[in-house]
Design a protein around this ligand. Structure first.
Ligand code: CA
Length: 229
């Protein structure tokens, strides 16, 4: 079963990153919007659910919800609000929001709400192991194996996890810190060069040994991004 796409519309990068991290770990595909216009654009694209901050720059969360509903988009909406006085407007529900959470929240609570809303709306989240295909490159979660042209590339567990984290969000630059946190965990003590060392090994195995065009790109002074090779 394919993973469901969840739009995270939130302008605070730290909160957005936290939500994306927990939702992707739970098997959702995440799409990110840092402002109201991006939220509208991705919302119109068709997603299974929208996590929508009320206080967005440009078009605010209320207007995003209202506009999408008026245009006939039915994806459930979970509103995030920092202010208790906004709750009345949200539960007034001329907006068509399905639920709301008041900040500060625990990311686990958000994931639980997202799951509950999806269940109620008849699109239960049943993340299966995934097979990601990018041309000649296959990333197989179930077998924890990466293949090029059908041949297994012998990746170590961290190398696999690193490629998996990058390939989850093609085209999006991920900082070394974000990668450290995602692949090595919050309490990892090593430094950012750990990421560089593993990227170098990944490139050696994918490009030099398997003849794949470059797919892990350096973003100088920041981190890395994945594109389809
Ligand atoms: Ca905000």
């Amino acid at each position: 079963m394919a993973s469901l796409r969840v739009l995270v519309a939130e302008d605070d990068p730290a909160i957005r990153e936290l939500l994306v991290h927990h939702l992707s770990r739970d098997g959702f595909i995440t799409v990110e919007a840092p402002d109201g216009n991006a939220a509208l654009r991705h919302g119109r694209d068709g997603v299974a659910l929208i996590v929508l901050d009320v206080g967005l720059p440009g078009v605010d969360g209320f207007d995003v919800a209202r506009t999408l509903r008026r245009e006939g988009h039915a994806a459930p909406i979970l509103m995030l609000t920092a202010r208790a006085d906004e709750i009345d407007r949200i539960v007034g529900l001329e907006l068509g929001a399905d639920d709301y959470v008041v900040k500060p929240f625990s990311p686990r609570e958000i994931v639980a709400r997202v799951r509950a809303i999806l269940r109620r709306s008849g699109q239960p989240h049943e993340p299966g192991p995934q097979l990601l295909r990018f041309g000649r490159l296959e990333i197989d979660d179930r077998a924890r194996e990466v293949r090029v042209d059908g041949n297994s590339v012998g990746l170590k567990p961290r190398e696999f996890a690193l490629l998996r984290a990058l390939a989850d969000r093609p085209g999006l630059a991920l900082s070394r810190d974000a990668l450290l946190e995602r692949v090595w965990g919050y309490d990892f003590d090593g430094d950012q060069r750990t990421v560089d060392v593993h990227v170098r090994r990944l490139r050696m195995k994918l490009e030099e040994q398997s003849g794949l065009p470059a797919c892990v790109h350096t973003i100088h002074g920041f981190g890395y991004k994945f594109t389809q090779p």
